[in-house]
Design a protein around this ligand. Sequence first.
Ligand code: FEO
Ligand code: CA
Ligand code: CA
Length: 637
Amino acid sequence: MDEQENQPTNPRVKPGVTTIGELIDSRLSRRGFVAGLGAVAVLPVTGCSPASDGAVADVPQGGPFNFDEITRGLDEMHHLADGYRSDLLVRWGDPLFADSPPFDVFAQTADAQERQFGYNNDFIGYWPLEASPDGRARALLCVNHEYTTTRLMFPGLRGRDVTREECETELAAHGGTIVEIIQNTDGLWEIVIGSPLNRRITTRSTQMEVTGPAAGSSRLQTRDDPTGRMVVGTMNNCAGGITPWGTYLMAEENINGNFLGTLPEGHPEAVNHARYGIPGGWYRWGAHFDRFDISKEPNEPNRFGWVVEVDILDPQSTPKKRTALGRFKHEGAESVVAPDGRVVVYMGDDQRFDYVYKFISKDVYTLGDRDANMNLLDEGTLYVARFDADGTVVWLPIQFGQGPLTPENGFNSQADVLIEARRAADLLGATPMDRPEDVEPHPTKGRVYVMLTNNNQRTEEQVDAANPRASNTVGHIVEIIEPEGDFAATQSRWEILVRCGNPNDPEAGATWNSATSENGWFGSPDNCAIDPNGRLWVSTDGNHVTGAADGLWALATDGAKRGTGQAFFRTPIGAELCGPRFAPDGRTLFVAVQHPGDGRGATFEEPATRWPDFEEGRPPRPSVLAIRHENGEEIGS
Ligand code: FEO
Ligand code: CA
Ligand code: CA
């Protein structure tokens, strides 16, 4: 996403002035301070997670990486480490069903897009299926389609407005795809067109049910849905998660951009909408569809910004908007089972100066009983993080009636508190962070990795221990240490794993551990994955400010090389890298190349690259790649 579109809305944050001298003083003192915390970093992990119902059960603690890293650069191609191959698995427009029309980029329709792979692939989830009768591995791949890049999708947009049909096609291109994949005897994967489990989920047509404390709230009611319980569609599905019981969590992120219009004077949603940056006005949808015009449907934005749970084994099932997990710009929703069996979902709110959250279920996970787990995310407690300077994380409950979350502050129910989770968190005194992206629990180390992508608007007065740099253009990664591996703890420890950026550039800041190679440093961490060997991999969105393409870095989390990156893959120009997801055997890595060819002035006719097809006159296509070692060995080992 263009960072110009990520403007802070946190009223607690006031602009200030920073001098270079103050910057350097602060950086040095913060560095010394955080170093002191290292002594308390290593905690015993006694509470390993119960195995999930899927294939990932025993994740080792992690280890070194073994590959020759790629060199920095930026061009029209993607690149990956020597000895590896990448194969195109599925592209925007590829048919998914037996009746899908072939992709015709010059004659796009919403109906066709509903039957084809959507735009701007982001999150990738993997759920193993039984092997085929001839012994080939099968799985479901769950892929989010975060947003549409209108000027790269449609021809001839210069000098004219987007049509209603094009807007409707965009509504069909958002959402997600569930697609069966099968592995051939040569190790290569392909999608199974027409699998009965294949499904498109869209903004345009997929009926969703609202569940949890905010279901039925008057603030969710519209002319189309006077019950406040049924919503058409999900959108801006950025990252997400796969639960231990095999459902797909789709996180709704930058929903503000899809709305137009002005609220009626004195409307009660004015403060709420302002806190979420609504209306963002990035798309023309509201010009053609009343529900995206807040002057006509002031409550429609309250029906988005949630985490959606999808039963991937039943393509007829109704996805559920789980309101207990709060409403904000959800980057992702990665879950883990705590030692006592409760389910914990970690989430970031991707806005400058917004927060890190976790949800803890009331009831416990039952291994092997899928039905018993299907509504675990409807009851529990949502917490927001306060990162104290002494290295403590205090998880503050967002609970109606507690502390400031009362009628005096405009909250009359738990529904109100969840709909306005950001304002509730403001009042509780959560720590404003440098754009929280993926928040990933390591299932056996009791640690949680928080990607803080960047925040070039933090001033020196706004620097704090967990966000230690003003004008943080390259981001950092915070590690949360859950006590005794208890993910359900309400008090944790934290420290900085890495300050991103060139370790040799004092103005840019430095990686925490400077023992890194020329290629190993990066900026703007966004998504991440833990491989079956317990090792962390980080993908970036905005690394171009460092002069190199976005991509994937293996990142050491322990030992002398802690905080050291190693470049494995880089995207074509204009793209960020999303996904990433390892198959349970560690021998395939799925990555999502999002918005290839985008950039200032890029259009359908003149993109920055025509990757991956390179057909003259046709635009680039966001695509998922499957990466394998040429000899079929484990990736990075
Ligand atoms: Fe959609 Fe936070 O990146
Ligand atoms: Ca992201
Ligand atoms: Ca992103």
